[in-house]
Design a protein around this ligand. Sequence first.
Ligand code: B12
Ligand code: SF4
Length: 506
Amino acid sequence: MKKQTNILIINAYFDPWRSATPTRWFIPRAMAPIYLAGHFNRADFHIKIWDEVFHGALLDTRMFDWPDVVIFTGLTAAFDRTHQLSAYFRNANPNVITIIGGPIPRALPTLCADIFDYSCQGDVEDISAIIAELFGPASVSHSMAPRFDLAVPSMGVGYLETTKNCNFACAFCSLTGEQRTYKAHTEQSISAQLDAMQRVLGVMVLDNNFYGNSRQSFERRVELIGARWRQGQFRGWGALVTGDFFKHEENIELMARNGCKAVFSGVESLDPAVLRSFNKKQSMTSDPLKLTKLCAEHGMFFDYGMISDFTQQTTAEVDEQLNAIIQEPSIPLPGLLTLTIPILGTPYFDSSARAGKLMPNLLLSDMDGQKVVEWPKEPLEKVVPFVADLLRFRGRKSALVRHAFKHAWHWRRKFDWDQTALALVRPLHRFGGRVNLGSLRQMRQSFKEQPLTYCAMSDGLRSAYTPLVRLPSKFEACFTPLQITDAAGGLTEDLIKARSKSSAIT
Ligand code: B12
Ligand code: SF4
């Protein structure tokens, strides 16, 4: 019998709280590994997925010599993690083939082309050409249907992508830096994803912008999902939409009629000056109170994200905004609360670097939204302790619990049981603290971490930068953090070289 080739697909991740244990209950979940796996012909390959968010840090040294091919994906800040993992696999099996794609090689094209055997700039579909080159065209799957079977347990949630990229250009968004065209999946692709998903409790549409710029396409996509909902494939669905979606009530009506139970939108800030500086014009009229009411009237739960920008806002202003939300039970608490991140490759990163706002000795892995990385408007001694309390909801925990109950009670007549439970559990889960349970090795690694300081200038290196196993000196560079700024706050030569485009890039 022909031996199957072992493929390991890894979503590399550095947890902002420096926990090495799994984050099982977090929605959404990274789907690139599941879509990538769908391109391999099932008969020829043995595929494993390790998602460092869902499964926790990959610390099982027995895994290192298992794969013949390792495929990496991950958020931009996880570059160092992919570099570290590549060293473990290469040391254990010098013939291993390494492939990387997604935001990391898009932001660091030259560096990734130097490190990995294949560095892809394109979408998940590009993996087919590599499979064909390495193993022959017969090894590419005909259906390309996502391998949701490799994503169990899924907590009853199925994931669907109906469009790629975004038609807006917010200054801080990595998609703006990548400049890829907004496009919708074909009906055939959407149906194939829904078929592969089978019966689930609820569907989350992952699109950055489900609404988009074509009314016809939007309506068609809503109806396609609605048809499956009516057939009973799931009890409801939710999607991410941009602020312009709410300007026409018929959009909300259409989604509600087709089984949509929740929408998420990046409100980002209640401060118009901050929104203008982010080029986030579409959120100018996104008042969470108005939008919560509007959605609730149609039986839909409204969720949103907020960004605090201490280069423009004072601690008193941020405090006041959060208190106003906590004191108003009809508005949900934001599902996401972070600091602005100057993500590599974005216009925001460039302007921050040019204006000398980036702190000295900044590492790429610092850019996780949970620490101060730019010089704030007020003194550091004031901002950093405030951020430490803000992100842990310190001093606001009992107000949080009271708000969660009052909010769920307030909208109980508009929502069904699933939505009421979501309204109650989501903020408690998000801000109430987490239980760090995982393998012994993962729990030991989390325990070893130095306490967070919430400031890039004082945080020490994560323990992931110390190799788990003894490695030859040629792998030393794999554990050296990619430094964004030097001691004077200027961009490092290494970064400038890493970002330059070379003609050899695939
Ligand atoms: C799931 C998700 C998460 C999950 C898991 C993310 C992960 N990979 O680890 C969680 C909840 C942890 C998360 C967290 C954050 N996220 Co997030 N997240 C998403 C979300 C909603 C879906 C991602 C997804 O699965 N898409 C579907 C898959 C198929 O596509 P994809 O991963 O985008 O990959 C495409 C290409 O990059 C490429 N590709 C990717 N990998 C590979 C590999 C190969 C080999 C190939 C060929 C191609 C390829 O193909 C795909 C298109 O076909 C996206 C929005 C979106 N709709 O994409 C945001 C998004 C990825 N997140 C984003 C952000 C900003 C964050 C946060 C920083 C938010 C915050 N301020 O706290 C945090 C990260 C904190 C940290 N530690 O750094 C940004 C991108 C940031 C970046 N480039 O680093 C996005 C794009 C949202 C946005 N529009 O701003 N997120
Ligand atoms: S609307 Fe969202 S996805 Fe689109 S550019 Fe702005 S932040 Fe990015």
